[in-house]
Design a protein around this ligand. Structure first.
Ligand code: ADP
Length: 367
């Protein structure tokens, strides 16, 4: 497969603040990449550098092997073979749908017959039949979104950049549109670089998810691997493992996993070494760890002690539709949540069980 986009050690500062800290990444032809991360982690900055709207301070961006941003060259946005779909769609309000879609083709001086053919193809793909003579203000949010995508696809760019493309749509429409976009981009084999803070959007669309934190990449894997094996505590938290038990004692690490203490019990978990540890983590035990797990992975056993359990006390049960979310406390006073079919009486003590593979253990920053 051919590499379309290559980002090599890209750095960016705003004033004295380092926002991108040496990002390196390759995107293959036809691949859908979702860049996911908390607000302020540098996603939009990276997107804008690729688009050529923002200069970089270090590193190189190449498209189809050609340097487009870097020490030797800075190609203007319109010459990069890139189109972008913005959060607010950015349709031209004074132009009808047809003119919004054909504008880029006319600029490229594509002949009339080819324009007609491409518009026909695009409107049929995006179900825009019958809307060509309307102005953007006469369209629903979902229809405006489709026009923005049609406009981005019609010139057949090397890469389509999507900047939080669904954040202005209501929840139901967001779910429909992300499925539709994923189907369309995969069918057309479009190379897509998509930025979002919404994990479900990344899961629905991406072939590969790039998870950023503080201007660097924490994990770059297919969605399933990111979900099942989150490589850092931040990735785990972002992908649903919101339970965060700090300062747990870490007693042993071996090929089969690790042993951590929760309250008075020792349980087995899956250990993820820090990517930058380079042997810096102390080799002696016990040391400090951070434990992450998803509420749905914690099973209430009551007084029935079984494998890989720890003791906890219930605080509050709230109905979630289908099950209860139960707030609990470990023996050493740390709070977490589990899901359970029934409410658990307040202050009830019992055991919570978590499978070893679903109990994620990370080295604490200060060991
Ligand atoms: P994200 O898209 O992940 O939310 P951004 O790339 O927009 O993050 O921003 C990264 C960081 O850079 C944030 O802390 C933001 O406040 C800051 N930032 C963004 N644009 C500018 C700017 N033009 N001047 C100064 N700081 C900026």
């Amino acid at each position: 497969m051919q590499t379309i986009l290559e980002i090599e050690n890209v750095k960016k500062k705003y004033g004295k603040t380092q926002v991108l800290n040496g990002i390196s990444l390759k995107v293959e032809e036809g691949e859908i990449i979702s860049v996911l991360g908390p607000s302020g982690c540098g996603k939009s900055t990276l997107l804008r550098i690729i688009a050529g709207i923002l200069p970089l301070d270090g590193g190189i961006v190449r498209i189809r092997g050609q340097e487009v941003s870097g020490p030797h060259h800075n190609l203007p946005p319109e010459k990069r073979g890139i189109n972008m779909v913005f959060q607010d769609f950015a349709l031209w309000p004074h132009m009808k749908v047809e003119d919004n879609i054909t504008y880029g083709l006319k600029i490229q001086k594509i002949d009339r017959e080819e324009i007609r053919r491409r518009v026909e193809e695009t409107i049929s793909l995006l179900h825009l039949d019958g809307l060509l003579h309307r102005y953007p203000a006469e369209l629903s949010g979902g229809q405006q979104q489709r026009v923005a995508i049609a406009r981005a696809l019609v010139t057949k760019p090397s890469i389509v950049l999507l900047d939080e493309p669904l954040c202005n749509l209501d929840v139901q429409l967001r779910i429909e549109m992300r499925t539709e976009m994923s189907y369309l981009f995969h069918k057309l084999k479009t190379t897509v670089f998509h930025v979002t803070h919404d994990p479900s959007e990344a899961f629905a669309m991406a072939d590969r998810i790039i998870i950023m934190d503080g201007g660097k990449i924490d994990q770059a894997d297919d969605p399933r691997t990111c979900y099942l094996k989150p490589s850092t505590a931040l990735v785990a938290g972002l992908l649903g493992a919101g339970n965060d038990l700090k300062d747990a004692g870490l007693f042993a690490i071996n090929d089969a996993g690790c042993q951590v203490q929760i309250g008075e019990e020792t349980v087995a978990g899956t250990y993820f070494p820090a990517s930058d540890s380079s042997g810096n983590a102390p080799s002696s035990f016990p040391r400090k760890a951070e434990i992450r797990f998803r509420p749905e992975d914690g099973h209430w056993l009551g007084e029935n002690l079984q494998d890989n359990c720890f003791k906890a006390q219930s605080i509050l049960s709230t109905f979630e539709g289908g099950c209860y979310r139960v707030k609990m406390r470990t023996q050493n006073g740390q709070e977490f949540c589990i899901l359970h079919d029934d409410p658990i009486p307040e202050q009830k003590e019992g055991f919570v069980q978590i499978e070893k593979e679903k109990l994620y253990v990370y080295e604490s920053a200060d060991h």
